[in-house]
Design a protein around this ligand. Structure first.
Ligand SMILES: [Zn+2]
Length: 99
C-alpha cells in the first residue's frame, strides 16, 4: 500500500463465459424497424439495441472510421462539434455559417 493514497483496486482475472457474451450481443426484440433505412426486421434480420439493422450499423461504423481516419466528411464534423461543445466552445465554421 502506498502511503497517502487510496489502496489500489483489486484486480482479478475476468472470466466471461460464452453465454454471457451472447447475452450482451442479443438484438433488441422490441424493435421492428431499422431507424436508419426503415426496413422491417423480417427483411433485414434482427435490429440492434441502437436501432440499426445488420446492413446500416456496420456501414455507418465503417463510414465513421473512414471519416476520422481521412479527416473529412460529416462524421468528422460531428466529432469536432462534440469535442468543441465538451469544453463549451463552438467551431469557427459554425460561427461563420460555412459548412
Ligand atoms: Zn437499416
Amino acid at each position: 500500500m502506498v502511503s497517502g493514497g487510496y489502496p489500489s483496486a483489486h484486480v482479478a482475472p475476468v472470466s466471461r463465459s460464452a453465454e454471457r457474451l451472447v447475452l450482451f450481443s442479443m438484438p433488441d426484440g422490441r424493435r421492428r424497424t431499422c431507424r436508419v433505412c426503415g426496413a422491417h426486421d423480417s427483411k433485414v434480420g434482427p435490429i440492434s439495441w441502437r436501432g440499426k439493422c445488420g446492413v446500416c450499423g456496420p456501414a455507418i461504423f465503417e463510414a465513421n472510421c473512414d471519416d476520422l481516419h481521412y479527416h473529412r466528411g460529416p462524421y468528422l464534423l460531428k466529432w469536432r462539434r462534440g469535442m468543441a461543445q465538451s469544453v463549451g466552445a463552438l467551431l469557427v465554421d459554425d460561427v461563420l455559417g460555412d459548412d
